[in-house]
Ligand binder design. Structure first.
Ligand SMILES: *[C@@H]1O[C@H](CO)[C@@H](O)[C@H](O)[C@H]1NC(C)=O
Ligand SMILES: *[C@@H]1O[C@H](CO)[C@@H](O)[C@H](O)[C@H]1NC(C)=O
Ligand SMILES: *[C@@H]1O[C@H](CO)[C@@H](O)[C@H](O)[C@H]1NC(C)=O
Ligand SMILES: *[C@@H]1O[C@H](CO)[C@@H](O)[C@H](O)[C@H]1NC(C)=O
Ligand SMILES: *[C@@H]1O[C@H](CO)[C@@H](O)[C@H](O)[C@H]1NC(C)=O
Ligand SMILES: *[C@@H]1O[C@H](CO)[C@@H](O)[C@H](O)[C@H]1NC(C)=O
Ligand SMILES: *[C@@H]1O[C@H](CO)[C@@H](O)[C@H](O)[C@H]1NC(C)=O
Length: 382
């Protein structure tokens, strides 16, 4: 080969990446150094190195490109930051994305995708998804890895939250440690794939709050800013959403204290229009054993004992502490003939479905028969 041509071929990718900032695809001959970015084709999202808050550490992330406030929606090396600006993101020979420090001769790897299929390109899509493709052009051959499969704390439109039943891949959010540290925090928001799936916020292994209706019926605010959908079949159980007005950037994220925030970009800032837990019945186990939560019970306190039960401690109950739950009324006044029976309780938050059996087709009378045949009514206290 003509040596001049050879040199030209080698230089071209470097020149391209130095002088043309709006490329959206990375190929094995290119790399992104600190200070360089990929920009998605519609210029909605950018990918590059950044430092969060007051931190000086460097992370590779994806952020809204056109929004003046730094809004990072995904972080690759969230638990392996880089000190200084020697970081490099590239597609290595075996087709994996790697982040390393270009300081030592041996390039210690800080983060990498672990895909066995060989990718030829990594492309930042206008949805904010970074996808590895087996073909050169940033499409075709199917994506073999995507950042949407490894969410950080942000739930973007068209992302999924739930479980791929075929592969076992779980899509869940985990909070950041702080505004200055995007490292994996202590809260995680997951879809629990029970017979009646529910959305649960965990702090470690402790259940903090729980939403059932969102998955069963869609959130109450559906159609306002977001349009949520829920899928439950043999392939997957997941929720996702689209924007009702795509020209207004809007998204959801799990903050450092375990609240799910919903925000929309309006008038030069992010405006929060919903934060979960948004009402007291969302908290886990709020009303104790044999109590249930009903915001519309006509009382100032939303906790109510089941029919035939009374607060274990009236004093605590009056101080709005229902953690002791309810006990059977001492007087022999029973709701039911022999002391046990079936009573309809309206407006109760549906119990934790962790231990539940779901039979969608049962009528109220059939349910009564099932229950009377199995008096071990469990879980009603959650
Ligand atoms: C960055 O610095 C911190 C403390 O100064 C150190 O613990 C950490 O190992 C360094 N990280 C890298 C990737 O060198
Ligand atoms: C790594 O650093 C060396 C020396 O500073 C530089 O010549 C080289 O271009 C860098 N590599 C990348 C991929 O940026
Ligand atoms: C690089 O790796 C080689 C072989 O694993 C090792 O002998 C050498 O000490 C390493 N060099 C540095 C600078 O870490
Ligand atoms: C790749 O595998 C390593 C080692 O098992 C793991 O620590 C790392 O988190 C994986 N990377 C990703 C992006 O999942
Ligand atoms: C969800 O899907 C699973 C698997 O197809 C099924 O067993 C379960 O009954 C479904 N639950 C609901 C509430 O539809
Ligand atoms: C919400 O999504 C459904 C299903 O994709 C669609 O039929 C409906 O028109 C959407 N509604 C709005 C307000 O975008
Ligand atoms: C969408 O939002 C833009 C910007 O706020 C507004 O101008 C437009 O009227 C909205 N479209 C609809 C259908 O509401």
């Amino acid at each position: 080969m003509n040596p001049e041509k050879w040199a030209f071929n080698l230089l071209l990718p470097l020149i391209f990446i130095r002088f043309c900032t709006s490329i959206d695809t990375l190929t094995p001959t290119q790399s992104i150094n600190d200070g360089e970015v990929l920009v998605s084709s519609g210029e909605t999202f950018a990918l590059g190195f950044f430092s969060p808050g007051d931190s000086s550490r460097r992370y590779v992330g994806i952020w809204y490109n056109k929004i003046s406030v730094q809004t990072v929606v995904w972080v690759a090396n969230r638990d392996s930051p880089i000190n200084g600006t020697s970081g490099v993101l590239s597609l290595n020979r075996d087709g994996n994305l790697v982040i390393y420090e270009n300081t030592t001769r041996n390039h210690s790897t800080l983060w990498q995708t672990n895909v066995s299929a060989v990718s030829r390109s990594a492309r930042l899509l206008d949805s904010g998804n970074l996808v590895l493709f087996q073909a050169d052009g940033g499409s075709g051959g199917g994506g073999v890895w995507q950042s949407f499969d490894q969410p950080t704390n942000t739930f973007l439109p068209n992302m999924k939250l739930g479980l791929d039943r075929r592969t076992g891949l779980e899509w869940f959010l985990s909070s950041c440690k702080s505004r200055d540290d995007p490292g994996t925090g202590e809260y995680a928001l997951r879809v629990e794939p029970n017979e009646m799936p529910q959305l649960i916020l965990f702090k470690g292994s402790t259940r903090v709050w729980r939403l059932l209706g969102w998955l069963a019926r869609g959130p109450v605010w559906n159609g306002f800013v977001f349009n949520s959908t829920f899928v439950n079949n043999s392939d997957q159980v997941c929720t996702s959403y689209t924007l009702t007005n795509a020209s207004n950037p809007s998204m959801q994220f799990l903050d450092e204290s375990g609240s799910l925030k919903m925000v929309t970009w309006d008038g030069g800032k992010w405006v929060e229009f919903m934060s979960i837990p948004y009402e007291r019945c969302v908290g886990y186990g709020r009303c104790g054993a044999f109590g249930y939560c009903d915001l519309n019970n006509g009382q100032e306190f939303e906790c109510t004992c089941l029919p035939g039960y009374e607060p274990r401690s009236t004093e605590k109950w009056n101080l709005r502490d229902a953690s002791g739950g309810c006990i059977k009324k001492r007087e022999a006044v029973s709701m039911c003939g022999s002391g046990e029976g079936f009573v309809e309780v309206a407006n109760a938050k549906v119990p934790d479905t962790f231990n539940a059996r779901v039979v969608m087709s049962l009528s109220v009378n059939e349910c009564k028969e099932e229950c009377e045949g199995n008096l071990l009514l469990r879980g009603l206290h959650k």
